[in-house]
Every structure is written in C-alpha cells, then in structure tokens.
Design a protein. Structure first.
Length: 180
C-alpha cells in the first residue's frame, strides 16, 4: 500500500522539478545574408536575426518555434514565423546558444529602407514575438509563449550590397544603385 504512494510521490516530485525556467533572450545582431527568389514570382532580401539564448535550467531545453514581427525603421512590419527542424534547436544546460531566425524582407520594402537611410545611416529594427520551448529530452515538457522584445541596427551597406545583386530598374525617388 505504501509502495504505490511512494512511487506516485516520486513521480510528482520529478515532474514538478522538471518545470522549464524561462530562458533569457538577448539580441546579438541582425545581418543581411542575400536575396531569395520564390514562386509565385517574388523577391525578398534574406535577413537573419541572431538571438543569444541562455538556458538557466539544469537540463537541456529546445526552441521549437519563434513567431512575431520585426519592425524596420519604426514603420515596416515584417511577420516572423520560424519553425525549427526536427525536435527544435537544443540549448545545453547553463549555456548561451546563438539561435538564428530568418526574416524575409520584400524587395519593395528593402528599396524603400535604402532610400530612407541616406548618408549611410544604420537602419533601426525591433524584433518582438514569442518562443515555444520544450524542456528535457526525456519528458518533452512543452512551454509556450516566452516573450522576446529586442532592438538593434542593420548596417545600410549590407542592405545595399544585397540589392545590388538584383536586376532592378531605377525607381523614381530612390538613389541609383551603382553596379560593379
């Protein structure tokens, strides 16, 4: 009679100690990686937001998904919907891991940003959203909606370099992009 009670108490203690403590997320940087062509015909600049995620838990946790939006120059909102492959990006216990989140910036938005960032000024952005996390590989305890809200800047030169690789016509009101 006491044995099943001890087993139940042991499992309860194990489950309660397995709750996922909130990882801390800090923006490392964002970078322009190039251009993406898609179907139906669409052109986008591939931006990657790199987040440093510290796992304070005594066990590994995984980031399964990140969703939200990146706002460029305080006015261009770009939706973010990232789903990690497999069981997620695993974060080792008591360590910081870089997690790369892709963001596709439509070419029209990138051109408008380039025109606004005259004189080589960096382009400010804010990434706000939520992350879904799985705690422990064994028990796969899922916790959702961990908030992320960080700000940074992208060098204008990175955006310009990506746009130069496209065969774009000169648009009125925007600076001519030199060709190499």
């Amino acid at each position: 009679m006491f044995r099943p009670l001890l087993v139940a108490l042991g499992l309860l203690a194990l489950a309660s100690s397995a709750c996922v403590s909130k990882p801390t997320v800090k923006l490392n940087h964002a970078e322009i990686r190039g251009v993406q062509l898609g179907w139906p015909p669409q052109v986008a600049v591939q931006m990657t937001v790199v987040l440093d995620v510290y796992n304070p838990n005594g066990y590994d946790v995984a980031v399964r998904a990140v969703r939200g939006q990146t706002v460029l120059a305080s006015r261009y909102a770009i939706p973010v919907e990232f789903r990690a492959e497999g069981n997620g990006v695993w974060l080792p216990s008591k360590q910081t891991t870089a997690v790369s989140v892709p963001v596709n910036v439509p070419a029209q938005t990138a051109l408008a940003l380039l025109g606004e960032a005259l004189g080589g000024a960096p382009i400010p952005y804010r990434f706000a959203g939520k992350a879904d996390v799985t705690g422990t590989r064994t028990f796969a305890i899922e916790e959702d909606d961990y908030a992320v809200d960080e700000q940074g800047e992208i060098p204008r030169a990175q955006l310009e370099s990506a746009l130069r690789s496209l065969p774009l016509p000169q648009l009125p009101g925007l600076p001519q992009l030199p060709r190499f």
